[in-house]
Design a protein around this ligand. Structure first.
Ligand code: COA
Ligand code: ZN
Length: 227
């Protein structure tokens, strides 16, 4: 990719300026593989990715089972409201990648107590696993979102985004990093984080896609990213 990419920190002061493009980027990232969260049936909750557009056209975007009109999986208003809420989270580190004025990648993470993270992730045992491994930290960092639009992938944009996070977190004295991702088939994040950044599984969902919660000391992550 020849285009010049700029990396910018998002704060409560500049979030509105980039919000429409950030929302479009978010929706684009999650609408295709591996998540395929483009549209869904409000009744049976089945979801489809952009890859299925041709097939769905035949039913005029109605659920083949329920016959109901399909809705956006990530409605712009919901994504925008969530992002505006999250920018005020404690110890937030929020970065975007810009190609001109267009947001083509994003990442954010924030501080949260192990118990609140367990509730958020709806996975019993997460807090206990964190406490055991990190000796009862008051707060951990939940590395919530990471995405790069399809056309810009493979150009180390995610690496550049992720590289900017550990220093932000460590400046707050927080060193325990947690993420959640899909392990089967393994998402790029799963392979990257477990094979190169030394994250390891602390809890599993046993659902479709075998989502897992991964943890690692951010000081080690920073060292590995700086190589
Ligand atoms: C995951 C994602 C953000 C990676 O973005 P990217 O800009 O293409 O990634 P990079 O080029 O910076 O590569 C980052 C690392 O992943 C590795 N990687 C990238 N694509 C890969 C692939 N298809 N298979 C295996 N490893 C891959 C790279 O080798 C690199 O590691 P290295 O720098 O140590 O060599 C992007 O694929 C994406 O947005 N996916 C959909 C959303 C998603 O799954 N987000 C994570 C939710 S948990
Ligand atoms: Zn349905």
């Amino acid at each position: 990719m020849k285009t010049e990419i700029e990396f910018l920190r998002i704060t409560p002061d500049n979030v509105n300026q980039h919000l429409p493009s950030l929302i479009a980027c978010y929706r684009s990232v999650y609408s295709t593989e591996p998540w395929r969260e483009w549209i869904f049936c409000p009744n049976c909750k089945r979801k489809w990715g952009e890859e299925d557009a041709g097939e769905l056209c035949k039913n005029q975007f109605h659920c083949p089972d329920c016959r109901l009109l399909l809705s956006d999986f990530w409605a712009s208003s919901k994504v925008g409201n969530d992002l505006l809420h999250e920018i005020n989270y404690p110890h937030i580190s929020f970065w975007i990648a810009l190609s001109g004025n267009a947001v083509v990648g994003f990442t954010h993470g924030y501080g949260i107590s192990p118990q609140n993270l367990e509730s958020k992730l709806k996975l019993p045992g997460v807090a206990e696993a964190i406490n055991k491994r990190f000796n009862f930290p008051e707060l951990v960092i939940y590395q919530d979102e990471l995405g790069v639009v399809k056309e810009f992938r493979g150009a180390k944009i995610a690496r550049q985004l992720v590289l900017r996070r550990p220093n932000d977190f460590m400046a707050s004295g927080l060193t325990c990093g947690i993420i959640r991702t899909m392990s089967d088939p393994p998402s790029v994040t799963f392979s990257w984080y477990t094979e190169k950044l030394n994250y390891y599984v602390i809890a599993e969902y046993h659902d479709k896609g075998k989502r897992v919660v991964l943890a690692q000391d951010l000081r080690d992550v920073a060292r590995r990213l700086e190589v």
